[in-house]
Design a protein around this ligand. Sequence first.
Ligand code: ZN
Length: 621
Amino acid sequence: MADPLTLPRTQLARVSLAEAARISGAMMKPGDSAHFDAGAAPTFGDLTECLFFSPGDGRIWLDDQRMLLLHSAAFGTLRRELIAAFGTERARGVLTRAGYASGARDAALVRERWPDADGASLLAAGTRLHALEGVVKVEPVHFSFDAQTGRYDGEFLWHHASEADEHIAAYGIGNEPACWMELGYAIGYVTGLTGTLVIFREVECRAMGSATCRVVGRDAARWDDVADDLRYLEAPLASMAAHEGESTTGEAARAQTHEHRGGTSLMPARPRSGTAAATATTHNDDLIGTAAAFVAARDALMRVAPTDAAVLLTGESGVGKERFAATLHRRSRRAASPFVAVNCAALPDSLIEAELFGVERGAFTGALVSRAGRFERASGGTLFLDEIASLPFAAQGKLLRALQEREIERVGGLRTLAVDVRVVAASNVDLRDEVKHGRFREDLFFRLNVFPIVIPPLRERRDDIALLIDRFLAQFCREHARSTPGLTSRARRALLNYAFPGNIRELRNMVERGVIAIDDGVPIDLPHLFRHEPLPADQFYAVDGGMLKAGRPGGEPLANELAAAISPDAAHAPLSIDAIEARLLTDALTRADGNVSAAARLVGLSRAQFAYRLDKHRRAR
Ligand SMILES: [Zn+2]
């Protein structure tokens, strides 16, 4: 057994390096604060563009990561209860690791979005994101990183750190620094970005009576004793053992456990690209996703796969029913035998029986040779019957007999043939309804419905859209020998807001279309994805320089609308700043349904400032 104190460190460094290298394809460029160009991408503006609100959908996004707008006081409550329940040490560990996960995700975001940015800009982006997320205002004193040697040095001042506020509100001023989650974030961000384990320590904290908090960071090798720091970064072994003990059902559970442990052992927990998740998705073949309803369906599939039970898959068209069936087959004892798929709706009624059960020569005009049906061809394996509801009534009877007797007769044949086939059926309509209306045999329904699995539509697993986009991008770039830095942020937003009536199949087609439409090295934009589909009508709100603006993905933001609305006046009346301001205020007020506080927020003013200005314009009229 390796030294428990060095083990997590080496693991962490290795994983982060792999992660960093995967994202950039190369080591990060060196950078230091002395050569930092405040105007280089990603600027504050670039980063705020990644943040958008989708209130109709109940989601906030930072690029493609779902975020929460949490009351600072609620975080304070959570923090207090953690401390009360588990003690300061363990609570500090939990919060440090939560901060780390957040920082590592942000690092992955900037590396992916700005792969060509210089090191100093990338390092600075972390301080900007931390501020954008409302956690703390970061003032760099100095920072530098050398990729060759892995040497990192940094010192920062933290102004009005939210965690210090909450700590002071609960416990007053004390002797220990209290910005644990912020510290975890800094460690996670810089480590995720540089691929080198960098440890930050808070040397002064407002919770200790200092005017500001001050943190110092160095690569772990250059701190005297990092054992203490690592203690907070590494989850307690006891809880890891508990997770391992949970492993019950085959690969899925193993993969999940693996993923879970990945999270606790501080691999940058990033489902879409983390090393742990990559392993997990390999285990789960093509069935990638983290949405609860999807995970439940996948779990059920993995549980029933090793048995011989008939499975009925239901879900809208395009949700991936055949993929589920194929995965089921691969996970079954029948994996070495054929997997045969039949779409019952694609075959004319007159041919379906011959297709399923085979035909003897001369059975009907055109049957010139004897031919095995799909049942025979699937012998020993799995027969997947898609759109089973469109099976004609007569064929339903024959199918039932085949399932009951485990034997079939070819059309026009006299002998019976024993078949050993597992049947997996799928339907995009409710078979119970079909039974109720007399269109589907009840006895066959019960025969097929031994183990039903419902696959959710894509719009109910929006959190998986980003995962799937990346997956399809990689696949189609490979297939079509194209390279692209990815999707523009407005294209990504549009996909995240789109309803996908055609589900995963539609997303897949859109991404393929996008990959084909672009020239090498160009990002995929809206027109490459959407042709005739109506653009998502869902409103989203993006933050722009402190001003919330509503817009449509791909459409012009309303701020421009406002400008356009004002400019016609210019021909007739001189355009003054006052006039524009008056127009802006009344427009905001209209948009906020007369609510002054809401209108003030829209234009980035306090309620009092807004009311004062509004009053001034009214009096001037
Ligand atoms: Zn502090």
